[in-house]
Design a protein around this ligand. Structure first.
Ligand code: AMP
Length: 307
């Protein structure tokens, strides 16, 4: 088993979906990644920042899920990062209504000494310079995975390109892959993104699954067709957390093993969307995960005789 270091926002989210509305609930990329990766019982730590308006019970929830929070700085008098979004009726697209960086604006991350030798690092969504600083504090990670979003492409592209250049894997959604590469075809977009640095490009397509590109190889994982999708917030991060958690658990960074990691990521993301915020992830059992993996298998397995 490898140590997993995670960086990403730990946040307040306000979400509107066709099914309802929430006021300031627990969210953030680091939170979702951590909760998802914790399903693999790996030794993980989150590096992030919050204000002193952040409830202790949220921090306790991370600790309870075996996530080390020594690297989460609490800024006295500071306000926690806040994001608000509204989903369209199809639940596949959303508008960001508000992003308040607050304490994230001046954040200087410090990786706890115990995690400087982490083999796997998951650079979740936040300022690319924070991601870069975390990467530089690590001794010699075996695999660096990066997730980002259009907000940073719009606001810090130059810094983002620096960190993209230094990672092995990038996970990004289809719209963002098109924005980053200027290519409409996802196959062409992946090729172009690979020239920016990452040897592996994962493109997330929401309810349409995910693609993994590496050199001339492509792998596709579907998303499970769900009857009820309640709130897609955090699905991308949960996917990334599942991917990174599985790689950390197995310690195997081959393309073949990444295929399984993508399936695990998709599987965990399929739970995340069933309830508001982190609600579903914190009540999830190992049996539920295994039984849904069986469904994934059935969904894609077929016998065909080639003549
Ligand atoms: P996802 O639905 O997986 O794309 O991620 C949603 C989470 O990302 C929410 O919980 C937000 O708090 C967080 N988030 C939204 N915008 C940003 C941003 N610009 N940087 C970092 N995290 C963000």
């Amino acid at each position: 088993m490898s140590k997993l270091l995670i960086v990403g926002t730990v946040a307040f989210d306000a979400i509107e979906t066709p099914f309802g509305k929430t006021d300031k609930i627990l969210g953030g990329a680091g939170t979702y990644i951590g909760l998802s990766a914790s399903q693999f019982n790996v030794d993980s730590a989150v590096v992030s920042v919050v204000g002193d308006d952040f409830p202790q019970e949220y921090l306790d929830l991370l600790t309870k899920n075996n996530i080390n929070i020594e690297g989460i700085e609490v800024v006295p008098g500071g306000k926690t990062f806040f994001w608000s979004g509204r989903y369209h009726n199809d639940l596949n697209s959303r508008d960001t209504l508000d992003t308040q960086l607050n304490v994230l604006a001046d954040f200087k991350p410090v990786v706890p000494n115990e995690y400087k030798d982490a083999e796997i690092v998951m650079l979740g969504n936040l300022h690319p310079l924070v991601q870069l600083s975390v990467l530089e504090q690590l001794e010699s990670p075996k695999l660096a995975i990066l997730d980002t979003m259009n907000f940073w492409m719009d606001n810090a592209l130059e810094d983002l390109m620096k960190v993209i250049n230094k990672v092995d894997v990038i996970t990004i959604n289809d719209e963002e892959a098109r924005q980053l590469s200027g290519e409409y075809s996802l196959a062409k977009a992946a090729k172009k993104i690979a020239t920016m640095g990452p040897k592996y490009v994962v493109i997330k397509k929401g309810e349409h699954g995910a693609l993994l590109f590496h050199e001339e190889q492509v792998f596709f994982a579907p998303a499970l067709p769900l009857e009820e999708v309640f709130d897609p917030t955090g699905a991308g991060d949960t996917f990334a957390g599942g991917f990174a958690g599985y790689i950390a658990k197995t310690g195997d960074i081959s393309f073949e093993n990444m295929k399984n990691a993508i399936i695990y990521g998709s599987n965990l993301a399929s739970f995340c969307v069933e309830k508001f915020g982190t609600e579903r992830m914190v009540e999830l059992s190992g049996e539920e995960i295994d039984s849904r993996l069986e469904e994934f298998k059935k969904l894609t397995q077929f016998e065909i005789a080639l003549t």
